[in-house]
Structures are given as structure tokens and as C-alpha cells.
Ligand binder design. Structure first.
Ligand SMILES: C[S@@+](CC[C@H](N)C(=O)[O-])C[C@H]1O[C@@H](n2cnc3c(N)ncnc32)[C@H](O)[C@@H]1O
Length: 357
């Protein structure tokens, strides 16, 4: 049996519920590698809280524990004693890449890692090597930096140009200060002589090798990041023919505002959304955006999003996803991620998979 010690929650919102959320996350991660974790339950030993996992010691389990969002340490229970288990972390950057930026509207970084993990684990027949993760409402980039930490490429679209500027400024300073080999540019995007906004492009040679890599100066394959300013409903237009292994996003929690760029530039091309795309509820935005995101997934790829259930019921979200050709994951561990954020936000996680064809 494993006794798992959780890392302290990175903010108050998350603190009370992180045990249950990590237990559900581990259920998804372990099932994806054919380990049946059974119920993962709270355990108290000598006044310290753990999660108890009834599986024999196993390197595959150790690897998934290292990937999980909030595991500090793991032990194997041997009689009355706990023997430390060396968990293997996939991390290719220090976690300060996601913990340093602090701003209103930021998605909690532990929760973001959970969302990325659960979405990637839901994929059918995932390919080896770095995955391409799209956050089509990427804010200042918590999902995209989490993608880098976990050894994946990050791609974004964000309607607030100031958020993208702030992300570029932070990454530039961070990578320089840490002397991490990189290339980073921000350039205007123009189509047919019209300005559509800007794009941030970066490529980085991660400083840490991740599992199996011995040489800390060669952290495995280089990782990419691109973010376009613009409306999420224009993602297919902005990325051309590109497809992604996963779409992961923390949806807006209240009224959302139509993007200026969509109103002027891309809306002419986008036709029916054009004029109607000013202020709208997050639910309306998701209803329009999910079919577009679904079309950007590779066969077997997965969509994972967190949203406020007070604005949109899970069943309605599942209907939208089904109509877009996705298969909602509505089994047990996937229904255990709901948690209170504040009086007006009850956040939940929704995962759906693109068929293999
Ligand atoms: C909950 S926040 C995501 C925060 C992000 N995960 C982070 O930690 O920085 C939702 C984001 O969606 C963006 N957004 C809202 N409507 C949008 C739209 N139509 N197109 C693109 N982005 C949009 C907002 O500007 C906001 O940055």
C-alpha cells in the first residue's frame, strides 16, 4: 500500500478539497496505465494526513505519482513503518515558471496541472513524445507554462492583448534570468492587408531532462509555444490547418466580451458569429467555441475544460460536446472534480474525447 503525502495547496480556494481532487486525478492517471487503484482514501498516521492507495510498489505507479498535481512524497507501508518511494517527476522546468506570475483571474497552478494531466490521460492511443496542447482562452499562460513543465508544446489564443504582452514579458525575463536557451518573438499578424493582432512565438531548450535523461544540459527535445491575440472562435482560422493532441482551458466565469479583432477583422470571414459576438454568457461562448475546438483535435485527442456549473449544467455541456462529435467522459473519476471556488462559482471539470475514426 502507498501512503501519499500531498503538497500544501497553493491557495485557499483549493486547500479544503485538494485531497479529493488529487484522489480523482490519480484514479484517472492510474486507470490510463492499466492500474486499477480502487478507492483512494484519506489516512491519518501519527497525526499526519495522507492518501492511501492500495497498490503494490510499482515503477509505473511511481511515475504517475510524480506527474500528479500535488504529490509531495510517497511511501510504501511496511508493517508499522513507512519506506520512502522515489517518485519520478517528469518536470522539465522548476515550478516557479508557473508560481511567480500573480494576477487577478489566474487559474490556480495545481488545478491547471490536474486539468492538463486528466485531459492527456483521457486520450485514445496517445503518441510518444511531446504532445501539442492548445489553450484557446489562454489568459497569461498558466496552461501553456504547465505544458512546458510537463514536457509538451503549448499553443494559445487570448482575446486580451495585454495578457499576451504580459506573458511575453514574463517569459522573456524568466528565461534570460535563468539562462535558459531560447528564442522569443512577438510580431504583428496581418491577412489580406488587415491587422488581426499579434502573435507570440517561443522555442526553448528545457533545463531539466525529465525522466530517463541524465545530462542536465540537454533537457530532451526543444519545446514550442505560440499565442495569438484574438477571439477563440477564430482559432481554426488563426492556426490554419494545424491540429492538436489536447485542448485544455479554464473557461471564463462570468460575462465575456467580444474581441475587438473579431469585430473588425476576422468577423467578416466568420460570418454568422460576426455582429452577435459582443457581450455574452460563458455558456453561449462555449456553445459556439466547442465545435470549433473539436475540429482542431487529432483523432483520439481530448478536450478538457473547467467551467462554472452555475452558468451551464454538465448535461448541457455534454450535449454540446456530443453534437460536436466528441465522446464525453462521464464515468466515476471524471465526476469527482467539482469544487467550490466562491459564493458565485462552483467549478467542475469536463473531459471529452475525439473518436479514433
Ligand atoms: C479564466 S481565464 C483563463 C486564465 C488562464 N488560465 C490564466 O491562468 O492566465 C479566461 C480567459 O478567457 C479569455 N477570453 C474570454 N472570452 C474570450 C474569447 N471570446 N476569445 C478568447 N479569449 C477569451 C479571457 O480574457 C480570460 O483571459
Amino acid at each position: 500500500m502507498y501512503a501519499i503525502l500531498l503538497a500544501p495547496a497553493s491557495n485557499r480556494v483549493y486547500a479544503g478539497e485538494s485531497g479529493e481532487l488529487v484522489a480523482a486525478e490519480l484514479s484517472v492517471l492510474l486507470s490510463a496505465v492499466d492500474r486499477d487503484p480502487g478507492p483512494i482514501r484519506p489516512l491519518e498516521l501519527a497525526g499526519v494526513g495522507y492518501l492511501a492507495l492500495d497498490l503494490p510498489p510499482d515503477p509505473v505507479v511511481d511515475r504517475e505519482l510524480g506527474r500528479a498535481s500535488a504529490v509531495l512524497a510517497a511511501y510504501e507501508q511496511v508493517g508499522d513503518l513507512l519506506r520512502p518511494v522515489p517518485i519520478e517527476r517528469p518536470d522539465r522546468f522548476d515550478d516557479d515558471l508557473v508560481t511567480i506570475p500573480k494576477y487577478p483571474g489566474k487559474t490556480n497552478e495545481q488545478f491547471t496541472r490536474l486539468l492538463v494531466n486528466v485531459t492527456l490521460a483521457a486520450r485514445r492511443a496517445p503518441r510518444l513524445g511531446p504532445a501539442s496542447i492548445l489553450d484557446p482562452m489562454s489568459g497569461r499562460g498558466t496552461t501553456l507554462s504547465t505544458a512546458w513543465i510537463l514536457g509538451h508544446h503549448g499553443y494559445g489564443v487570448e482575446s486580451d492583448p495585454k495578457a499576451v504582452e504580459a506573458q511575453a514579458a514574463f517569459l522573456r525575463t524568466y528565461l534570460r534570468r535563468k539562462r535558459i536557451k531560447h528564442r522569443l518573438t512577438t510580431t504583428p499578424v496581418r491577412r489580406d492587408g488587415r491587422s488581426l493582432g499579434r502573435r507570440l512565438d517561443a522555442e526553448v531548450q528545457p533545463p531539466q531532462a525529465g525522466p530517463g535523461g541524465a545530462d542536465s544540459t540537454h533537457g530532451g527535445p526543444a519545446l514550442e509555444l505560440t499565442v495569438f491575440t484574438g477571439d477563440t472562435r477564430d482559432t481554426a482560422f488563426l492556426y490554419g490547418k494545424r491540429t492538436f493532441d489536447a485542448v485544455v482551458t479554464d473557461a471564463p466565469y462570468g460575462i465575456v466580451h467580444g474581441s475587438a479583432h473579431r469585430e473588425s477583422g476576422a468577423s467578416a470571414r466568420a460570418g454568422k458569429h460576426g455582429k452577435a459576438s459582443r457581450d455574452r454568457s460563458a455558456a453561449d461562448l462555449l456553445a459556439e467555441a466547442i465545435p470549433i475546438w473539436a475540429g482542431l483535435l487529432r483523432p483520439g485527442g481530448a478536450l478538457g475544460l473547467s467551467w462554472n456549473t452555475y452558468g451551464l449544467r454538465r448535461e448541457d455541456l455534454a450535449d454540446i460536446a456530443r453534437r460536436a462529435g466528441l465522446e464525453p467522459q462521464d464515468g466515476d473519476p471524471y465526476l469527482r472534480f467539482g469544487h467550490r471556488v466562491d459564493a458565485s462559482i462552483h467549478r467542475d471539470v469536463f473531459v471529452a474525447v475525439a473518436p479514433l475514426r
